[in-house]
Ligand binder design. Structure first.
Ligand SMILES: [Zn+2]
Length: 245
């Protein structure tokens, strides 16, 4: 851990009150959910783009269902230090919102309120015919055919060949415009339009917490560290802060 960079990061958080956090798969790997884009990830039968696409869903609903239920579901995953620290920063009035590419719902599980899931949520499902809503447990048990109308039941997640959740995207974008600090963590920012969001930031500090550099790396103060270790340190500062107030 680079202590100098770390204390500088804490100083920035101390100074700012409109922080926005943008995150991706690396935020949840500490909770045991593999990064499904990483090379040693899950994809043996095809790329993530192929397996989690709308065309796969339409052409091979059974294959899509099998893939989702065998590989995408982690019912025992619990929030890690990063999720908890972000929730605490929100409670302290430091963080305005989280914009995430993750579909696991762990930020909400941690207790964060303003979470915008730009790629949707895998806890929720609906019928493409009649619109009937179902949850994950129902889907696992009952499959992908609607008992009312016989149409396909699909997850409320954004597949690779689909548009992002517009409302979540726009809320994140407007929060970024107002933000004084932008923290990007656990993502290499390769998926568009999510990767465009930082372009709307006009505040003071941009920080990237990622093992790998990203395309526009030079715009960021880069903490080349494990994100969970970084937020473990942030939580120590939060504890002190709480005990002072
Ligand atoms: Zn239906």
């Amino acid at each position: 851990m680079d202590n100098e960079k770390m204390s500088k990061f804490i100083q920035m958080i101390e100074e700012c009150n409109k922080i926005v956090f943008l995150g991706g798969a690396g935020v949840s790997t500490g909770s045991g959910i593999p990064d499904y884009r990483s090379k040693d990830g899950l994809y043996t039968k095809g790329t993530p783009e192929e397996m989690l696409s709308n065309s796969k869903l339409r052409k091979d609903p059974q294959g899509f269902y099998d893939f989702v239920t065998n590989n995408m579901i982690y019912p025992d995953a619990t929030p890690n230090q990063t999720h908890i620290a972000l929730m605490e920063l929100e409670q302290l009035g430091k963080l305005t919102c989280i914009g995430t590419q993750n579909i696991d719902g762990l930020h909400q599980k941690a207790g964060s309120k303003n979470v915008y899931e730009v790629h949707g949520n895998l806890q929720k499902f609906h019928c493409v015919g009649c619109g009937q809503k179902h949850d994950l447990d129902w889907y696992i048990l009952n499959g992908y055919t609607c008992p009312n109308c016989g149409s396909l039941i699909r997850p409320d997640v954004v597949l690779y060949d689909e548009q992002v959740k517009e409302e979540a995207f726009l809320y994140t974008l407007s929060a970024i415009k107002e933000a004084d600090m932008l923290i990007i963590g656990g993502t290499s920012m390769q998926v568009y339009p999510f990767a465009m969001l930082p372009e709307y930031f006009n505040g003071k500090y941009r920080v990237l917490i990622n093992k790998e550099p990203i395309e526009k790396n030079r715009l960021y103060r880069w903490l080349n560290e494990d994100i969970n270790e970084v937020f473990t340190e942030v939580r120590k500062w939060i504890e002190v802060k709480k005990s002072e107030s």
